[in-house]
Design a protein around this ligand. Sequence first.
Ligand code: IPD
Ligand code: CA
Length: 279
Amino acid sequence: MRGKPEWLNILIQCKNNVQDKINPLIRTLNQPQPNLGIGAGGDPLKKIDMAAENAIVGTLRKHKLAFTLISEESGIAEYGEDPSQCYVTADPIDGTTNLTRGVPFYATSIAVSKEPSLNKIHTALVTDLFHGTTYTAQKGCGAYRNSQRIAPSKNTSLEEGIIGIDLNSYEIQKIAPKLTALIGETKHLRHFGANALEICYVADGTTDAFIDIRGKLRATDMAAAWLVTKEAGAIMTTPEGKQLDVKLDPKQKVEFITTANEQLHRKILCLIKPRKEKT
Ligand code: IPD
Ligand code: CA
């Protein structure tokens, strides 16, 4: 490809292709599925995840782009003459369990950066594949939902707010004590099962916070949503309140707190702080 790629248009073509390629497969999900082994992110590979990844790669190849793919499914793969000029971080389907069980909440997530680190992402797209809602962001240009500019909510009350917490963990004993004080202050707790989309829900004011401190979520799942959240004006930090930056790699894990505004962020940080034992 000559000239600068129009990344936003290319990502939109990628998600359209994902949609086209997975639609016929959705109708066959009730039939026995082939065993494809384990994906780079550590989960069993499913035919539908691979079809989505192939759709993304196929679209990028059609544009004759040179890039390094960092994907939850096939891991790291290099394409074209100078693959280090661009990194495409993808979770082809976020929320595969929802998709395979018929829960209407799953997404495709794609982020583009010049270097393989979260803070270098310049263009991002997350599409809710069931409802056809697309979140996009470009560095310094704001975040959009179906081309309408988005902003997070102004709610600062934990009691009034919708607070998302991912509690899916094999080590719930470890994380539960850190979360009990926060859970005690909330009235509307949620986890829908596709973290990329749940972060975008904070970005557009649908919910007020989303927290994942399990140490289990892959950076590939939240890379695109990170830019959407940042460009929308929401806050995302480490559980200690520090700036978030991680290497983009299929095995990289990440913990974070996303909130609609500073005030809510401070309240949540305070509640999940490790408590001192009473003597
Ligand atoms: C999963 C979803 C889910 C989260 C899991 C992720 P996947 O993504 O984001 O909400 O609890 O930890 O693995 O596996 O469907 O891409
Ligand atoms: Ca996935």
